[in-house]
Write a protein that binds this ligand. Structure first.
Ligand code: NAP
Ligand code: MG
Length: 405
């Protein structure tokens, strides 16, 4: 059987701990037997980031920009504890933040649905993708504890002009203050990424904010989305048979709960933080959430939403058996392979990505799964497989259709 070839590489970013162990197993068992896998490899493991002064992360981000498609393993975000554990020369920045800054992207999170596990919201039969704006608002706020009576003002000093002042509040007692900001450029990038992602997925796009109350700030978000939709996307959406809808955030929440899913929900930074946890919990588990960073110039970086699964790694290091779920990481690979296949007009590659996902889901539907999922099944009590056992089960199913071709 001839292996499927690739015209262009995928940028492969290796990571840390249990995720790194799974990464190697997925490649060995599910990719290399079927593909002439062509990747540009970057080792983002913490030791190598330290050794290269984090240059490897910057290089990887630039490589994704160049080749348009990347796949990333979970990485440790360094902190003081990790710096000691790994004897780091410095507490390095989060690789995801570094890469996001290079790609200027928006993060889309989508759950993987399996029939045996019912979402907490009974009407949800299709996945809901949360698109979170990853810049500004309260995450870049300036705050102040007003200690007592006094006047709070908002002052803007133009580069060449007189300051503009507004009274925020005349305090007669102690209180709190917060100033937040966002940039037209960042909101525009966010909106482009959302429109393109909805087109790619052929799903409706919702955007919601609180513009009835926030007449400058949220209104600006709404206006940017609306203008881009009218000038660049209305015709494309019509051709794809999908729609764009703006509504108030509270209305969006109520509609989402009554919906059957199957749409992309664009959220401002805080709303996205809250809603993505709500949606992933309602759909089952963190180990079943995929994540893709999409840049406005059309680069795509796929990963699992979960981290390096440290607790399982320590068990693995102790020689204990682990039952770690590789599904979100398999889907990160299949997402990247499908995108590569699409960009390179290589249908066999895209078809392999589909087959890999189908085989993974078939394994679970037939009762073969890791411990985290076995505990969530309704009506049956499957015996959990260990990590390698599950990956081999997927391989056996995958070999059937590929062999038949
Ligand atoms: P985590 O790695 O997501 O794991 C938290 C817990 O969730 C695990 O202990 C496990 O629960 C469960 N879990 C997550 N993924 C699973 C899987 N595939 N299969 C089975 N169970 C799974 O989060 P963390 O422990 O808070 O963070 C560990 C490290 O990951 C940190 O250093 C953090 O910086 C990093 N991190 C990286 C990324 C990224 O690179 N994108 C994202 C988040 C965190 P049980 O132990 O109960 O089985
Ligand atoms: Mg959160």
């Amino acid at each position: 059987m001839a292996k499927i070839t690739m015209a262009n590489p995928i940028v492969e970013m290796d990571g840390d701990e249990m995720a790194r162990i799974l990464w190697a197993q997925i490649k060995e068992e599910l990719l290399l037997p079927f593909l002439e896998l062509k990747t540009e490899y970057y080792d983002l493991g913490l030791m190598n980031r330290d050794k290269t002064g984090d240059q490897v992360t910057v290089d990887a981000g630039k490589a994704v920009k160049k080749h348009r498609v990347g796949v990333k393993c979970a990485t440790i975000t360094a902190n003081d504890m990790r710096a000691e554990e790994y004897r780091l020369t410095k507490v390095w920045a989060s690789p995801n933040a570094t890469i996001r800054a290079i790609l200027d992207g928006t993060v889309f999170r989508e759950p993987i649905l399996v029939k045996l596990i019912k979402p907490a919201v009974r009407t949800w039969v299709k996945p809901i993708t949360i698109a979170r704006h990853a810049y500004g608002d309260i995450y870049k706020a300036v705050e102040y504890r007003a200690p007592g009576a006094g006047k709070a003002e908002l002052i803007f000093t133009p580069k060449n002009g007189e300051p503009v002042r507004q009274t925020v509040y005349d305090f007669e007692e102690p209180g709190v203050l917060q100033a937040v900001h966002n940039r037209d450029g960042s909101i525009t990038s966010f909106a482009h990424a959302c429109f393109r992602y909805a087109l790619d997925k052929k799903q409706d796009l919702w955007f919601a904010s609180k513009d009835t109350i926030s007449k400058q700030y949220d209104q600006r978000f709404r206006a940017i989305f609306q203008t881009l939709f009218e000038t660049e996307y209305r015709a494309l959406f019509k051709a794809a048979g999908i729609g764009y809808y703006y509504t108030l955030i509270d209305d969006a929440v109520a509609r989402a709960i009554r919906s059957e899913g199957g749409f992309v929900w664009a959220c401002k930074n805080y709303d996205g933080d809250v809603m993505s946890d709500m949606v992933s919990a309602a759909f089952g588990s963190l180990a079943m959430m995929t994540s893709v960073l999409v840049s406005p110039d059309g680069s795509f970086e796929y990963e699992a939403a979960h981290g390096t699964i440290t607790r399982h790694y320590y068990r693995y290091l102790n020689g204990e058996e682990t039952s770690t779920n590789p599904l979100a990481m398999i889907f990160a690979w299949s997402g990247a392979l499908r995108k590569r296949g699409g960009l390179d007009r290589a249908p066999a590659l895209a078809a392999f990505a589909d087959a890999l996902e189908t085989a993974s889901l078939e394994a679970v539907e037939s009762g073969l799964m890791t411990a985290d999922l076995a505990g969530l099944c309704e009506g049956i009590q499957p015996k959990p497989l260990n990590t390698a056992g599950f990956i081999q089960a997927v391989r056996r199913i995958l070999e059937e259709p590929v062999l038949k071709q």
